[in-house]
Design a protein around this ligand. Sequence first.
Ligand code: SF4
Length: 487
Amino acid sequence: MSAESAVRRIERTPPAEIERVRKWIFTEEYREKNFARQALVVNPAHACQPLGAEMVAHGFKDTLPFVHGSQGCASYFRSTFNRHFREPAPTVADAMTEDGAVFGGQNNLFEGLENAYSLYKPKMMAVFTTCMPEVIGDDLTAFIKNARLQGHIPADFPLPYANTPSFNGSHINGYDAMLKSILETLSAGHQSQGGDNGRINLIPGFDANTANYREYKRMLKAFDVPFTLLADISDAFDSVNDGTYRPYPGGTPLEEAAEVLNGKATLALQKYSTVNTLKWLGEAAQGTVESLAMPIGIRNTDAFLLKLSELTGKPVPEELKAERGRAVDALTDGHQYLHGRKFALYGDPDYLLGLVGFLLELGARPWHVLCSRTTRKFEKEMKALLETSEFGRGCTVYINRDLWHLHSLLATDPVDGIIGDTHGKYLARDHSIPLFRVGFPIIDRINLHRLPLIGYTGTLNLLTQLANRFLDIQDETCEDQWFEMMR
Ligand code: SF4
């Protein structure tokens, strides 16, 4: 065989064919084929379970997230947090390799726990798995029991753990599993036999907006009630830069979290990312356990504050009432720039429900709503929400579809704006539609996680972000005779 015939020629696609396909993928015909696809997923709008588990762990004081599995997976979680928050995400991994995949990862776990405990001196380690140990069937319960028995870790050291198989669910399920395990571990033996301790437990859920956590705290402080914000990542992922590196800045104090079952009430602001945690709390906690929609927009924020008022027996503080008045005034001033505009939204179920509620309040139209991994229950709830407003008419909900499906929707039924995380920037460019960055991850813009989206302040921020962008576009694209000083 000659050297020439051994080398496979690279066939170049003729430019005319590239152009034909480029146009074809924008057609109804292609949309039909795209929606008929079964086995392949292209650009899904979700991350894997362990990433969610890691985020919970960062929300507890002096807690080290511990990845049982591959080093590469741990690097992916960490780098995604690094890029979104522009902060370190100190985490360890027991770095299973080929021999771990064959013989199981118990020895990796033993060595990893021992090293991490002595080197990084955490007060708790939260262990969760990647695909590899899940596929080979590592028994985490037995491994951790053995680690204690064999002295790799002190018998009383808190070591919550969660199985977070990524071929199932998404980051919000990993969040839920890890949160439940941490709360179960910390609260064991702390259940009071007397009355409740008067505290309100607040669970924001998987929310990568650090300012939202600060906003929750500010609103609760305004009520002047004792509270515990569970899995508070605000300082871990928005820490001070004063020249001193702190591996565990902030987070929910472990002693406070240990009292979770004795609270007067527990309120979750995301029900889809806390399903199992809420189920367990509902059975084990003394106080009431409820979930509400994320307080995005006026109506959802009203419901949140009225619920706090009901639970605490205190009126809504005057300063929050005044904020509401200012937000309503701003919406009245600004709704004209958004009224009737169509939006495509994608992201996590709870965020989508909050955002759609907000758009409907403005008279905007959430035209395509897409969630790339969720349940029929969510679909039903979203449709019911859309039916509450005339602006929801004609809107369609797509579950378990990806961003390439969204491409076909935008190509054949365009909208005025897209709301979602950075993954949608290719769609925005291909279809010349502005992308409003909300959700996780946002890795191509700065500081958006430092601007709250919840509460009346968040409502104001969202309105400002949306309306001003449309005004910018108008100024940048209008003909000279329509270029006005005032808008
Ligand atoms: S999907 Fe599995 S293999 Fe991929 S990063 Fe997540 S845990 Fe690792």
